[in-house]
Ligand binder design. Structure first.
Ligand code: PMT
Length: 392
């Protein structure tokens, strides 16, 4: 049994939290509810008292409640603090360490993992100051669930809807253990190296961190993982079948050799797109002022997998410096993928060689933003999304 401290702040999405409590209880969680004053304007504490079978906490300084279970005890009790919905005001308070009500005080007092499911108007979500608050909280280890894009209570359409209770539940189940039980997953990671001569090659800045995080997390979720990795400085993950390759052609061969029987393929590798037509046997001499490289396009590995009969659920990545969504959608369709995870590269944070990243994940009739967080956490969130789409 896990103990969930559910914080509800004042937004219209608070009505969905009633369903969230019901689902948590159904999945054997012990739930205690904390509401801000604004939240009680949207939905009655009595509803949550009835659903959770425990008194609802609304006051920081309430002698009666402090007697029953004071805020420090409540913080110690929790295995998980989940704030859903988290309004823009709530995120601002948490990110600045304010403690002027019970919920914000609990955030400071807990030592357990903290999840937040934001809900707000799309303009408020995109406002630079909100994004700064999100970034601060992410850097402090807070895990974001959503928000989702769609039509909003205020009539706007855009990002800011609270994630549906069912999906929130799936994000906090530690255990999502088992969601890939019995599944085979093939993952590519790292760069490739295309030799020019015995001492030089063409490559890129991929470190393999994203692909390795996916492999390790997929294994934790029960999958049997095969990792095909280009040359990286990371140690091979424990107990994962890892095939080390050098060039795009090697990676293609290894993937094709292992693709049969795979349920899912995730192409996180940064495969070099052009390779020298012929590798010089001897070091190219620098006699001429100028030289030309005769480059040939490499085979598209993920597109080749996606064109197979009985193809696995195929997930590509898209690394872009501009028009992220446009190019991602194009690759999704052109390469016949089931899903694409697009990330910015060449920016100050995220992408190549960084420990953190953010993804815009698109599939044929939907998309989801996974805000910036460390690559392990992000891998986990992407895998949960893949499991959901696979189910769907
Ligand atoms: O390794 P890290 O340092 O952690 O960095 C992570 C990452 C930035 C490399 C990763 O998140 C990422 O974006 N990987 C894909 C990089 C890439 O090559 O993107 P692309 O847009 O050029 O390619 C689109 C898709 O086609 C990718 O899934 C790629 O693996 C695949 N591809 C591309 C060319 C090719 N010949 N064969 C392929 O399979």
């Amino acid at each position: 049994m896990k103990r969930v401290l559910l914080g509800i702040s004042g937004g219209i999405a608070a009505y969905k939290s009633a369903e969230l409590v019901r689902l948590l209880i159904k999945h054997d969680y012990d739930v205690r509810v904390v509401m801000t004053q604004a939240a009680t304007q949207f939905i009655s504490p009595l509803t949550f008292q009835a659903l959770s079978a425990h008194p609802v906490h609304t006051q920081l300084l309430d002698a009666e409640q402090e007697n029953a279970m004071g805020h420090i005890n409540l913080a110690r009790w929790a295995d998980v603090l989940l704030v859903a919905p988290a309004t823009a005001n709530c995120l601002a308070k948490l990110s600045h360490g304010l403690a002027d009500d019970l919920l914000s005080t609990l955030y400071l007092a807990v030592e357990c993992p903290v999840y937040v499911a934001p809900a707000m108007n799309q303009v408020m979500w995109h406002k630079a100051v909100t994004q700064e608050n999100i970034q601060r909280l992410t850097q402090h280890g807070v895990i974001f669930i959503g928000p989702e894009a769609g039509s909003q209570a205020c009539g706007d359409v855009g990002l800011g809807r609270m994630t549906e209770p069912e999906a929130i539940l799936r994000s906090i189940i530690p255990s999502k253990q088992g969601i890939f039980q019995g599944k085979n997953i093939l993952i590519t990671a790292g760069p490739t190296r295309e030799r020019l001569d015995p001492v030089r090659y063409i490559t890129n800045r991929s470190s393999g961190k994203m692909g390795y995080a996916l492999a390790e997390q997929a294994q934790k979720l029960g999958a049997h993982v095969t990792l095909v990795s280009g040359p990286v400085a990371l140690s091979a993950p424990k107990n994962i079948h890892t095939v080390l390759v050098e060039s795009a052609a090697d990676m293609y061969d290894a993937v094709m050799q292992h693709v049969t029987g795979q349920d899912i393929m995730i192409a996180a590798a940064a495969v070099v797109d052009y390779t020298p037509g012929n590798v010089q046997a001897e070091k190219i001499k620098k006699q001429k002022k100028q030289t030309e490289l005769n480059l040939h396009k490499t085979k598209d590995i993920v597109a080749s997998v996606a064109s197979l009969n009985n193809k696995p659920f195929t997930v590509g990545f898209a690394a872009e410096t501009h028009n992220l969504e446009h190019y991602a959608q194009d690759k999704l369709i052109r390469k016949n993928l089931d899903m694409i995870a697009a990330n910015w590269v060449g920016q100050a944070e995220g992408g190549f060689d960084s420990d953190v990243n953010a993804l815009q994940v698109c599939w044929h009739n939907g998309q989801k933003t996974l805000p910036i967080t460390d690559k392990t956490q992000l891998a986990n969130q992407l895998l949960v999304l893949i499991a959901e789409r696979l189910d769907a």
